[in-house]
Design a protein around this ligand. Structure first.
Ligand code: KG4
Ligand code: ZN
Length: 350
C-alpha cells in the first residue's frame, strides 16, 4: 500500500516538488518559476528551462522535506512527469527521480502531465478541499500555455478527449498578444490586468468554431486578427487603447471556452466541470465561469492557483493512485514529447 509519494514536475518551465497522499492530500508543495530567465526572450527557451531545472531541483527537494517535516525514508514511491513536455526539462526530473528511487529502493512511476491537470480539482490540503459532490464523472477543461483540451473524465484512469486546439493554446495566444503589445512575459496575467480597465466590446475579434457543435478550438485566427489590427494603429493609439484591446481579446477567448463547456455539459448531460491550467487564473474567465455555472446549475470546481498552474502535487496524486493499482516503471523509463497512445481515448458520439 502506497501511503505517500514524492513527486517531481519539470515538464516545461516550472520546477515543482511535492509530497502527496494516496487520497490527494498535499503534505507539502514547493515550486519555483523561471519567468525572469525567459522574459527577455518573450517565451520559454527550452535550453534555459532545463538548465534552470537542474540548478533548482535538488535545493527545492531539501526545502520541501524541511517544510513538510517528512523524511525521504517515509515516502513509499517516487513519481515524476515523463510526458508530454520539453525533452531536456523532462530528463532533469527523470534522472533525479530515478536516482532517488534507486538509492532509496522505492518504486518509480512516470505520469502524464495532463492526467495531473485533470485530477488537480480533487487535491486537498489544510486550507482547501473540493466540494463534496464533485466526483466522477466530470468534464475537465485544461487550459494553459501548452494545452487547450476538453476531456470527459469518466473515472480515475479513464479519460476521453472531446476536443483540443488545432493550433495555439489559449495561454500561448495570451502570451503572443502581450508580446505584440510590449507587455512582457508571461503575458496572460498582464493582459488580464490591463483588461480590468478596458471595454470588452470595443473591438470585435474572431471566435473560431463558437457556433459549431464540436469541441474544436483554434486561436491562430484571433492572433492574426489582432496582429492586423495593431499594424493599422500607431504607437500612441496602441498605448491608449491597450486596456480596450486586452479586454476585447480576452473576451473572445473566454467566450469560446465557455461556449464549449456549455455544449459539453448539455450534450453529455454531465453538470460537473473542472477548469485547470494556468489560464484558469484569468479573472474574467473565473468570473464568467462562476456566473455561467450558477445560471446553468453546473457544479464548477476551479482549484486554487497553486494547483492550476504546473505543480508536482497533481502529478503525485495521479502517481500514487496508479502505484496503488500495481503499476510501476523500471529504470528504462524515458521522456516523451507526446502523450502515450493509450493515455487518452477519443470520444465517439453514438
Ligand atoms: O499551466 P501553466 O502554468 O504552464 C503551462 O503548462 O503552460 O500556464 C501558463 C500559461 C501562460 O500562457 C500564462 O500566460 C497563462 O497561463 N496565464 C494566464 C493568466 N495567468 C497565467 N492567462 C490569462 N490570464 C491570466 N491571469
Ligand atoms: Zn501544464
Amino acid at each position: 500500500m502506497i501511503s505517500k509519494v514524492l513527486a517531481i514536475e519539470t515538464s516545461c518551465d516550472d520546477t515543482s516538488v511535492s509530497i502527496v497522499g494516496h487520497n490527494g492530500f498535499v503534505f507539502g508543495l514547493v515550486s519555483a518559476n523561471q519567468d525572469l530567465a525567459h522574459a527577455p526572450y518573450g517565451g520559454v527557451v527550452p535550453e534555459i528551462a532545463c538548465r534552470n531545472h537542474s540548478i533548482q531541483l535538488l535545493p527545492l527537494i531539501s526545502v520541501l522535506l524541511e517544510k513538510s517535516q517528512i523524511k525521504l525514508s517515509e515516502v513509499d514511491g517516487i513519481v515524476v512527469t515523463n510526458r508530454p513536455g520539453l525533452i531536456g526539462s523532462l530528463i532533469v526530473g527523470l534522472v533525479t527521480a530515478k536516482t532517488l528511487a534507486m538509492s532509496l529502493n522505492k518504486p518509480i512511476l512516470g505520469v502524464n502531465h495532463l492526467e495531473g491537470h485533470i485530477l488537480a480539482p480533487l487535491l486537498s490540503d489544510e486550507s482547501y478541499a473540493p466540494q463534496v459532490a464533485f466526483t466522477f464523472p466530470y468534464i475537465a477543461l485544461a487550459v494553459s500555455g501548452g494545452h487547450t483540451s476538453l476531456y470527459l473524465v469518466e473515472n480515475f484512469g479513464s479519460y476521453k478527449i472531446l476536443g483540443s486546439t488545432l493550433d495555439d493554446a489559449a495561454g500561448e495566444a495570451f502570451d503572443k498578444f502581450a508580446k505584440m503589445l510590449g507587455l512582457g512575459f508571461p503575458g496572460g496575467v498582464r493582459v488580464d490586468q490591463e483588461a480590468v480597465k478596458g471595454d470588452y466590446s470595443r473591438y470585435s475579434f474572431p471566435r473560431s468554431f463558437i457556433k459549431e457543435e464540436n469541441y474544436k478550438f483554434s486561436f491562430s485566427g484571433l492572433k492574426s486578427s489582432a496582429h492586423r489590427l495593431l499594424m493599422g494603429m500607431n504607437e500612441v493609439e496602441i498605448k491608449n487603447e491597450t486596456p480596450n484591446l486586452c479586454a476585447s481579446f480576452q473576451e473572445a477567448i473566454v467566450d469560446v471556452l465557455l461556449a464549449k463547456l456549455d455544449l459539453a455539459t448539455q450534450k453529455l448531460k454531465i453538470p460537473k466541470v473542472a477548469i485547470t491550467g494556468g489560464v484558469s487564473a484569468n479573472s474574467r474567465l473565473r468570473q464568467r465561469a462562476t456566473e455561467w455555472s450558477q445560471k446553468k446549475s453546473v457544479l464548477l470546481q476551479m482549484p486554487p492557483l497553486r494547483y492550476c498552474t504546473d505543480n508536482a502535487a497533481m502529478i503525485g496524486y495521479a502517481g500514487a493512485l496508479r502505484l496503488n493499482q500495481g503499476e510501476k516503471h523500471d529504470m528504462n523509463l524515458g521522456p516523451s514529447p507526446q502523450s502515450w497512445t493509450y493515455d487518452f481515448t477519443s470520444y465517439v458520439e453514438y
